[in-house]
Design a protein around this ligand. Sequence first.
Ligand SMILES: C[S@@+](CC[C@H](N)C(=O)[O-])C[C@H]1O[C@@H](n2cnc3c(N)ncnc32)[C@H](O)[C@@H]1O
Length: 297
Amino acid sequence: MTYFLKRLSEKRIWNKIFVQRLSEPLHLNFISIFIFLFGSFRKKVAYDLVLRPQHAYSILEAADQAKERGLKTISVLEFGVANGAGLMNIIKIAKKVTKVTGINIEIFGFDTGKGMPAPLDFRDHPEYYTTGDFPMNRDLLEQNTKNNATLIYGTVKDTINDFKKTISPEAPIGFISVDVDYYSSTKEVFELLDSKPEHFLPLTYIYFDDITLPHHNDKCGELLAIKEFNNTHQYRNISYHPFFANRRIFKNADWVKQIYYFHVLDHKYRFELERNRETNVLDNPYLNFEGNKKQFN
Ligand SMILES: C[S@@+](CC[C@H](N)C(=O)[O-])C[C@H]1O[C@@H](n2cnc3c(N)ncnc32)[C@H](O)[C@@H]1O
């Protein structure tokens, strides 16, 4: 509650409320009041009533997908932890998701532990970020996250290969939050995406934090890293889904445009050509035939 009230003291948050939320249909905002007071966790996620809805949506979706596939555990990763507000939010949300779905969630946070490394060139947006920005209060964060998340210190470049060896198909990655600001750091994160297909859910969600400011563009930063990754990978694709917003009740929120789908095209799930299941039959309401009866009676 204290955190919630603190956020309300930020000008940026009021801007979000007025420009993004209250510009949505009035009746939906009205219904939200009741959902906020009496709604289930799932309903609150659907109505963007959970702080950092990008985490809530993605972790819940990943857990549902894991359950469908008979898995018991998923892994959730945050790249760029700083003082840990995002990581602690992920921990809080993960507990709720576990309660609702029964899926265990292992959480990992990656950071240098001492703020931003040096920028490479204009592609790292030095106009926004520079060396030493976003340091971490390591002791305090560890005290507050122990037993709930594993913190991995060092540049991603130096830690990602060892981490890759620890991922297991029993706890595949379901959600990745990328908040390392730089093009060069995002490239380091993308080394992870070459892991074995079974180390991911067939559709893994990725949230990109640093693509919304006026100077962000696809010749720099996270957007450039995404473009380069897609150009060099045949069986992996990081894609912005143009219809994702249509599936949300509130469509104006920035985060809806910051969720990307990571498609693992060489995943067994997508590669099996023979499926042992009943034939799909399309309904034709103008005709009366067996197929219709089976599906719609
Ligand atoms: C904007 S902050 C992250 C904010 C955090 N996600 C939050 O919600 O409060 C960016 C972080 O990325 C980390 N970072 C950037 N490049 C990195 C790299 N190559 N390796 C490890 N950490 C990196 C920095 O140390 C910094 O703390």
